[in-house]
Design a protein around this ligand. Structure first.
Ligand code: CP
Length: 301
């Protein structure tokens, strides 16, 4: 049975029923069958890392749910005067706010906050850990385009090590019965992936003809401290989704990317702007999925 969520820290911690309930709610919102009224609710948005899509999408979702988004400017907050994160969030909750959405470069920060406040905390991406709303919107988009994902084969391609999107996708896809493979440079596939029930693929060209979707991940240059990558051109040659590589896919197969895109690195422009990709569908669906998440965390369902 799906039930109200106390928090949304990661897809890993959601039941399959809750995942499907979030997707069903998002679908009803998208099809105009459900409107959400979180009137008088105050949702605090704390973004400690840069963001365009997730930040704006959560702001729009909050407004479309009739709740009030309160955007904290981290630079001018009292953190700059030495206040601790813990004191900050306790003060935010003391003002009778109703939820906190947080993005942070350290994995575990949303969980930490959730242990110290009595309002729902939604993870908008934490370090390498998880990006649950992205995993759920990717799942929603794949279901919309491919139907039931049970038995479908999905490839996650690229920088798996630094990607919280990869982790949330793996959990979300496995809870939906999909088969998951990952591919990328050996030194960007962390050992922990071996603990997931996923296939590790050495040669991307071998697997492209048999998958139903490819989720192409951004090379996270900002997180690659001390990691040796081949040159950008070598990476593109071996793992980049070029037009030539796109032609290896089955006719029905789709290409996803969570954004922002490094054009000419993991994704060529003629693929990023071509008819096989569903990137802007993902962005559109993100608003519905985040509205559904806000509802599941703040309203009895
Ligand atoms: N996909 C994603 O998280 O994008 P932003 O960093 O722009 O939010």
């Amino acid at each position: 049975m799906a039930k109200r969520l106390n928090h949304c820290i990661g897809v890993r911690y959601l039941s399959s029923e809750n995942v499907q309930a979030i997707l069903n709610t998002a679908s009803e919102i998208k099809n105009g069958k459900l409107s959400i009224d979180l009137k008088n609710k105050i949702v605090v948005h704390l973004f400690f890392e840069p963001s365009t899509r997730t930040r704006l999408s959560f702001e729009i979702a909050t407004q479309k749910c009739n709740a009030s988004p309160m955007i904290i400017d981290i630079e001018t907050s009292s953190l700059s005067k030495g206040e601790s994160l813990l004191d900050m969030v306790k003060n935010i909750a003391a003002m009778n706010t109703d939820a906190i959405i947080v993005r942070h470069s350290n994995g575990g920060v949303p969980y930490f906050i959730s242990q110290h406040v009595n309002i729902p905390v939604i993870n908008a991406g934490d370090g390498y850990h998880e990006h649950p709303s992205q995993g759920l919107l990717d799942l929603f988009t794949m279901q919309e385009k491919l139907g039931d994902l049970k038995g479908k084969h999905i490839l996650i391609l690229g920088d798996i090590m630094h990607s919280r999107v990869a982790k949330s996708n793996i959990w979300a896809l496995q809870k939906s019965g999909a088969r998951v493979s990952v591919a990328g440079p050996k030194n960007l596939i962390p050992d922990v992936v071996r603990e997931f029930d996923v296939d590790i693929c050495e040669n991307v060209d071998d697997i492209l003809p048999v998958v139903d979707a490819v989720n192409v991940l951004r090379i996270q240059f900002e997180r690659q401290h001390g990691i040796n990558l081949p040159s950008i051109e070598d990476y593109r040659q071996q793992f980049g989704m070029t037009y030539k590589r796109q032609q290896l896919l089955q006719d029905h197969a789709i290409i996803l990317h969570p954004g922002p895109i490094n054009r000419g690195v993991e994704l060529d422009s003629d693929v990023a702007d071509g008819e096989r990709n569903v990137i802007l569908n993902q962005v559109e669906n993100g608003v519905y999925v985040r509205m559904a998440l806000l509802r599941m965390c703040m309203e009895d369902v």
